[in-house]
Ligand binder design. Structure first.
Ligand SMILES: [Zn+2]
Length: 249
């Protein structure tokens, strides 16, 4: 493996690992000296290059890393891991980077600990969403009631309304969680629904979570109540779909 090191703007090398070791011993190369190796394929401070694996990962693994999405600890959006930088165990995206380091410079608290939304604030959010979806349903129900009579001989409209009653919350929840990470009720409460690493959830997961909520409610709401006793404030549907509800920063 070839090594190069930088003296000002000049590169020196190629050198062998043994030669580099010798230069490090005599102090020509310090931990801060920029070095380039076939392993890292980029200029890094010697301290980092030493720690890097000596051979690049195979294509499959490199690709996996390239497409792996992580959540920016600042804006909570997902980015390919390579487009983020790491700072003290958190990932920061390119657009949040300068604001983030400004905060670091000013000595502000930049810890990433997620603050989970507790039972009562989530109850309030759910209540608001219930009002919104309930109103939507009532509009449809009134309209249908005006247009058609429904009775034992003509149960069609009732079945239709039952379907509407199921569909409105499903569409509402899936759309808002997939697109904005929060339903209007959760937005009002300052909450968002995220994956365990703090990333965005897909529409599919949002829909699955909605189905999970059915389960939480048909067992007498115990699924919801579980949030009050969980260290990550997870409801049953959060456990099933591997989601967390956190306070938006
Ligand atoms: Zn960001």
């Amino acid at each position: 493996m070839r090594w190069f090191y930088a003296v000002g703007k000049e590169k020196v090398g190629p050198l062998t690992e043994a030669e580099i070791g010798k230069l490090a011993d005599d102090g020509t190369i310090t931990d801060k000296t920029l070095v380039w190796t076939d392993g890292t394929k980029k200029w890094l401070p010697f301290a980092q290059a030493k720690a890097a694996p000596s051979t690049p990962p195979p294509p499959e693994q490199a690709l996996e890393t390239a497409v792996k999405k992580v959540a920016c600890s600042q804006c909570n959006n997902s980015f390919p891991i390579d487009e983020t930088i790491q700072y003290g165990g958190q990932r920061i995206c390119a657009s949040c980077k300068s604001a983030f380091f400004q905060k670091v410079k000013e000595g502000k608290n930049v810890s990433t600990t997620m603050t989970y939304g507790g039972f009562w604030i989530r109850f309030g959010a759910k209540f608001l969403d219930g009002i919104v979806t309930g109103l939507c349903y009532m509009v449809v129900a009134f309209a249908v009631g005006f247009m058609v009579q429904s009775d034992a001989e003509n149960p069609g409209p009732l079945f239709f309304l039952f379907f509407v009653q199921m569909a409105i919350p499903a569409v509402y929840t899936t759309f808002f969680l997939g697109k904005f990470q929060a339903t209007p009720g959760k937005m009002a409460a300052g909450l968002i629904v995220v994956s365990p690493d703090g990333g965005r959830i897909s529409y599919g997961r949002a829909f699955g979570r909605h189905l999970g909520e059915f389960l939480s409610s048909i067992i007498l709401g115990i699924g919801y109540l579980m949030a009050a006793f969980d260290n990550e404030k997870r409801t049953l549907h959060d456990r099933i779909c591997s989601t967390r509800v956190i306070k938006k920063r």
